[in-house]
Design a protein around this ligand. Structure first.
Ligand SMILES: [Zn+2]
Length: 355
């Protein structure tokens, strides 16, 4: 495993940033974890997904309506992922560790696994953001070339077209292959995963079996093979697309930086500066997008302070922007989500055409 180190220094960008953000929370006397707004979101999203699931199984309806509702179920699951699971797995949902643990299990309800997500996302992606060879989020090779350090194949000339189609398959890949691969190889890219306790093994297998029962066996028994297959694929296509787009446009765009680590690598930046340089925000003034994406449109703030709940990011953004200005670090943001998606599209196209 290559060893990646950062050039952290005393009194630098990272320390200043932390001091200002700590001062904000002290001054306003608020906890950095989730608040009532987040609990209301949870109370809206979890029952919505459950209601859609029950209606799809219990109510006879025309095929087109079942397809629409399956798509909505996929989107509802993605929103649970962004808003509840993501915060909980970072330990920022609540001050109570047991509540974070419980809400983190929504990852398992989506077909994934909280333990594997924490390894893949909290440890690997958040530490080695956009470092090719380490960051699992930019490793869709050979199908997709997501950084200029990766080898280019002829098929990449079309990746800006089929890439989005590929994204719709990512969540089905997570459910059927990705977690099992991590489980059996005990690695995520070049990073070994932490020791799994007996409890984690039991949770892993129990939730995979429950997933197979509730998402496959039960619907097949109630609806039959054909309707289940269509609904299952539509649900996953919507969920995978939503997930991949929100995470990809935050890192894989024209103005973000990439590193490569085939062997030991010293990144000539502080860790926090690296996070800002490899990340982009979008639609920061759009409250609807902020609500839906679980504050992941403030991805810079999230990468700097993953243990602070997303409900605080809009307030932290001006502080982060100010410190970035003082240290001459570019703060990349797109005015709209469409602008960020367009930049991602152009970036994929140019990576497919030239080295
Ligand atoms: Zn995160």
């Amino acid at each position: 495993m290559p060893k990646v180190t950062f050039l952290n220094q005393r009194g630098g960008f990272q320390e200043t940033l932390k001091a200002r953000v700590d001062a904000y929370f002290a001054e306003h006397q608020v906890k950095p974890t989730g608040n009532t707004a987040l609990h209301i979101k949870t109370a809206v999203l979890l029952p919505s997904a459950l209601a859609l699931y029950i209606v799809l199984l219990a109510v006879t309806m025309p095929a087109w309506l079942a397809i629409v509702l399956s798509g909505l179920l996929g989107l509802a699951l993605a929103l649970i992922g962004f808003n509840v699971m993501h915060d909980a797995c970072h330990g920022s949902y609540s001050t109570k560790p047991w509540l974070n643990e419980l809400m983190g299990l929504t990852a398992n309800c989506l077909g994934g696994n909280a333990f594997m997500w924490k390894m893949k996302h909290n440890v690997v992606h958040h530490t080695f953001t956009n470092v090719d060879g380490m960051d699992d989020d930019i490793q869709l090779q050979p199908l997709l070339r997501q950084s200029n350090n990766q080898k280019r194949y002829w098929i990449h000339r079309l990746q800006h077209i089929y890439g989005f189609l590929l994204y719709s398959g990512t969540s089905i890949l997570m459910v059927t292959a990705a977690d099992y691969r991590k489980y059996f190889t005990r690695r995520i890219q070049s990073t070994p995963i932490a020791h799994m306790s007996t409890k984690e093994h039991v949770i892993f297998w129990t939730s995979k079996v429950l997933y197979m029962f509730f998402y496959c066996a039960l619907p097949i028994m109630v609806l039959g093979w054909g309707p289940w297959l269509v609904g299952f694929f539509v649900m996953h296509a919507c969920m995978g697309m939503a997930f991949a787009i929100v995470f990809q446009v935050a890192h894989v765009v024209e103005d973000t930086h990439f590193e490569v680590a085939r062997t030991d690598k010293k990144i000539e930046q502080e860790w926090a500066a690296h996070q800002v340089l490899t990340t982009a925000n979008f639609a920061m003034r759009n409250k609807v997008i902020s609500w839906l994406t679980g504050g992941l449109n403030f991805q810079i703030e999230h990468h700097l302070f993953p243990r602070i709940s997303h409900v605080h990011y809009p307030k932290l953004s001006p502080i982060v922007q100010e410190v970035c200005r003082e240290h001459g670090i570019p703060y990349t943001h797109y005015r709209t989500m469409g602008g960020a998606i367009a930049s991602h599209y152009r970036f994929l196209r140019s990576l497919g055409r030239k080295d």
